[in-house]
Unconditional design. Sequence first.
Length: 293
Amino acid sequence: MSPREEVDVPSGRPAAIPTPAPGDPRLARLSLNQWTTRHLGVAEAVDGCARSGIPAIGLWRQQVAEHGLAEAAKLVRDAGLHVSSLCRGGFLTAAGAAALDDNRRAIDEAATLGADCLVLVVGGLPEGSRDLAGARARVAEAVGELVPYALAAGVRLALEPLHPMYCADRAVLSTLGQAVDLASRWPSEAVGVVVDTFHVWWDPEVIAQIARAGERIASFQVCDFLVPLPADVLLGRGMMGDGVIGFRPLREAVEAAGYTGFTEVEIFNADVWAADPGEVIATLVRRYVTEVL
């Protein structure tokens, strides 16, 4: 297929530009979050990055476990890729020691993989509870318990605020300001924050909070916000340019705050998952260049 015949997925629109070739300097800070190509295992996702000139990958614990932790770490190293994040730890509002034990295992996995950070989705209200303040207090307590372990392992915890529609079931941290407030209790090398465009684009304080976050920005993730949202709002993330987010002001703010890491494309979308993974990767490379840079 010639460049002029390339088509973006899942929209089916003609590609705005030819797909940048491996080695294109515009791709130097691009990362593929593995969930964007959800049905690919670690080996296939790593191969897709290497073939497309994407220098980094955000891995998910499920796929890493299926491949084998040590084998996944070696595979990524041998391919010359960088692990921009490990997804995910968190769900700290759950009662008991099991959640903390699982997060300690996640910290160990992130250390083995050499990940820039372990992303924490902190958890929603415990089942049957309406005590939002109590849930947030539990998150703070649990992060405090994990920090010494993370510091000893050389792993940075990254608190990810989620859009308020997920407050009840996924994350009682709903704004970047809340995440920065909480992270600020500990050294920046221990606890940072995730700036995910899908979750923060709507916030009138987001640019100021990005500046305030500064060196605490541990991960920058991009995808678009689709309108209307699907019935399952978890799957409302779109390819950049298919929704309503203006990415450049957010990217520029993150860079002005001092962030020099990767921009990770993380898309939860049934149509994207159903598309050919190679076409998905080619589309996100093009859209990263035309919509984000």
